[in-house]
Design a protein around this ligand. Structure first.
Ligand SMILES: Cc1cc2nc3c(=O)[nH]c(=O)nc-3n(C[C@H](O)[C@H](O)[C@H](O)COP(=O)(O)OP(=O)(O)OC[C@H]3O[C@@H](n4cnc5c(N)ncnc54)[C@H](O)[C@@H]3O)c2cc1C
Length: 434
């Protein structure tokens, strides 16, 4: 006889604590089976067999498995396409109901719509919950019901609406006895998924100690005064509610506003999904990019001859992380100094960033290029040298990540700043006036 279960499908919420879908699943009367799918639609597009994000997920699943075994349960880990796995699962179990948390990326929304449809045809309810943001979709809208496209008024409303209700943790622990009691499932080897362990270090999930000095020091990359929490929020190993509640308790308003930027970009993506491939402001898709491969290679490899740009790219290539201020500088440099399409930069970051997240990455790139919904105006062209003087006055960050600049043996600027500035103003003006 097939076992009766409610399935809770984990994706970007790899934790038991304060997990909306898991809480709702466990409150039902049917035992809950936890599921994770290593989705081939996603994995097959990754070029690097040592992709650190896969290692991160893999290790977090191992930790979850240990926790679950202590509760007499186990997580079922599958490798394949969701369509194929779900059809197998329905043959193996009597599935009473399926629970999961919302994901706002276009691929994920399509995948979930298809699953909901399939389950409906089998008369199985599919329930999805808000979990990875504080406010989603149309929870914060303008008076006319339209989505905000500018952050400042959005944040004003975001803060007005924020109260204990939205920050309260889901008390999952109380209901863990409703997990399916079962012998451990086989845990796949990373190699069977086509991947190897990455050598990169992952940031710790503790962040409170960074909050007090955050507002003052966050813009100085040498201080490393930000939390590096991105990867944990990306894969849900830290709950956004817990992060926001701790920010409020610590009076860390600036840091709280960064969490709101994250909500904002996810809202923008859910309401304007075309921005993954098109500029938010359509006129910017008329820009005649130069897209010179040689310049792109120099940028990727930290060989532009601009110390702060090269340091940033080296930090990214060596650690999978780059400081926010430097992301803004290298983004502006690629699009405005080198006249390379923002989509090229976005794709490179997507490959390299540990905290890569579609909504914020597209948002950040469109901001840097000037084509986004609340972007730097196109005529604001960062001067990389002035930026370095202001935010890395002692060259500490530059020497840490591009030590060649301590000596004379380094790349020479691949483009002159004054020339590049004139050129971009002309090219952008032409495109935008047409
Ligand atoms: C070109 C460009 C690309 C970017 N790509 C990404 C990306 O792929 N993934 C990503 O999470 N962030 C991205 N950002 C935003 C920001 O740079 C990172 O979130 C931040 O640097 C991560 O470091 P941290 O975890 O120490 O952040 P902290 O400063 O400690 O902030 C805490 C958290 O708030 C959120 N956050 C902070 N700043 C922003 C922001 N500007 N937009 C959205 N969320 C923010 C992140 O989840 C971050 O982890 C990008 C910015 C730019 C300019």
């Amino acid at each position: 006889m097939k076992t009766e279960v409610n399935i809770c499908w984990l994706r970007r919420d790899l934790r038991l604590k304060d997990n909306a879908a898991l809480y709702h699943a466990l409150k039902g009367s049917t035992p809950v089976l936890l599921l994770f799918i290593f989705d081939r639609h996603i994995l097959d597009d990754l070029n690097d067999p040592k992709d650190a994000r896969v290692t991160f997920i893999y290790r977090k699943l191992k930790e979850l498995e240990t926790e679950l075994q202590q509760a007499g349960s186990s997580i079922l880990i599958k490798y394949g396409t969701p369509e194929q796995i779900w059809s197998e699962l329905l043959k193996t179990y009597t599935v009473k109901s399926v629970y999961t948390n919302h994901d706002y990326e276009p691929y994920a929304m399509e995948r979930d719509d298809a699953l909901a449809e399939y389950l409906r045809s089998e008369s199985i309810p599919f329930q999805s919950f808000k979990d990875q943001v504080i406010f989603e979709k149309k929870e914060i809208v303008k008076a006319d019901g339209k989505p905000y496209t500018v952050f400042t008024p959005y944040f004003r409303q975001w803060k007005l609406k924020l109260n204990d209700f939205y920050l309260k943790a889901y008390p999952v622990k109380k209901y863990l006895e409703n997990l399916l009691q079962i012998q451990p499932f086989a845990f796949p080897e990373l190699g069977t998924l086509g991947f190897q362990e990455s050598d990169l270090q992952f940031p710790s999930a503790s962040f409170e100690h960074k909050l007090a000095a955050y507002e003052q020091r966050r813009d100085f990359p040498a201080d490393d005064a930000t939390t590096h929490l991105g990867i944990h929020l990306r894969f849900g190993t830290v709950s956004i509610r817990e992060a926001a509640a701790k920010a409020l308790n610590a009076g860390a308003e600036k840091w709280l506003s960064e969490l709101a930027w994250r909500d904002f970009y996810m809202m923008i993506l859910s309401q304007f999904p075309h921005i993954t491939t098109q500029s938010f402001k359509p006129a910017y898709d008329q820009i005649k990019w130069l897209n010179k491969e040689k310049d792109f290679e120099a940028w990727k490899n930290g060989k532009t001859g601009y110390p702060i740009v090269d340091a940033g790219m080296n930090q990214l290539n060596q650690t999978g992380y780059m400081h926010n201020r430097v992301r803004m500088i290298v983004g502006s440099f690629l699009t405005k100094h080198l006249l390379i399409d923002w989509r090229w930069g976005e794709a490179y970051f997507a490959e390299k960033l540990l905290d890569y997240e579609l909504a914020s990455n597209v948002g950040g790139w469109q901001w840097a290029c000037g084509c986004g919904n609340d972007a730097a105006p196109y005529f604001r062209v960062f001067n990389p040298e002035l930026q370095a003087k202001k935010f890395d006055p002692d060259n500490k960050y530059i020497y840490r990540w591009a030590p060649e600049y301590k000596q004379e043996k380094h790349s020479q600027p691949i483009v002159d700043h004054a020339f590049a500035r004139e050129r971009i103003l002309k090219v952008f003006k032409e495109a935008l006036n047409n």
